[in-house]
Design a protein around this ligand. Structure first.
Ligand code: NAG
Ligand code: CU
Length: 179
């Protein structure tokens, strides 16, 4: 079986099985990314899909001074999701080029989205004390001044399009398996 295993490993490395990870923007009219984090391999696509409200996904975060401020990596600009619709919603798609944490926020200053912890990460740190963990990103964002989120002017680092909501897999709660 060594032979089979190494073929699979080689294929994954060369990107044959590149996956698309979908993150909803504004689920239930809330100031949220759902899920807020995904683990993605180099070559995978992350597609953000606007399901409700007026939001951005903008790279930024990872330290107190960088929270809710844009970096040059990517920015969707303001896109608007129509609540209740599951098809032809605005999307922003990007290719993952590193397994290092890629952190992002929503730059909507009307109603303080970033300060309400509308942040997330691709490949976040699993260490809750690390600045690139979801816990620390949320903490950094919630401590910034309301109305101060940085708005990046240009769409960069990805492609704006239209897409359909993919039903998210239910989380398997381990305790249920053993009852
Ligand atoms: C979306 O939000 C931005 C930033 O607050 C604002 O400039 C824009 O007018 C809003 N768009 C709509 C259609 O409400
Ligand atoms: Cu938002």
């Amino acid at each position: 079986m060594h032979f089979t295993k190494s073929i699979i490993a080689a294929s994954v490395v060369s990107g044959v099985y590149a996956a698309t990870h979908q993150i909803q923007v504004g689920t239930g009219g809330q100031r949220v990314f759902t899920p807020a984090t995904v683990d993605a391999a180099v070559g995978d696509t992350v597609q953000f899909i606007w399901v409700a409200g007026n939001h951005t996904v903008t790279s930024g975060g990872g330290s107190s001074s960088a929270a809710c401020q844009p970096t040059a990596q990517f920015n969707s600009g303001f896109l608007i999701g129509n609540a209740g619709q599951t098809t032809n919603q605005p999307t922003f798609s990007m290719t993952v080029k590193t397994t290092a944490p890629i952190t992002f926020y929503c730059a909507q200053n009307q109603n303080d989205h970033c300060q309400a912890s509308m942040v997330g990460a691709i490949n976040p740190s699993a260490d809750n004390n690390n600045a690139n963990s979801l816990v620390q990103l949320q903490r950094q964002a919630s401590q910034t001044k309301v109305g101060s989120s940085g708005v990046a002017k240009k769409v960069t680092g990805g492609t704006v399009g239209k897409g359909n909501v993919i039903k998210q897999k239910r989380e398997v709660v381990p305790s249920r398996l053993f009852k």
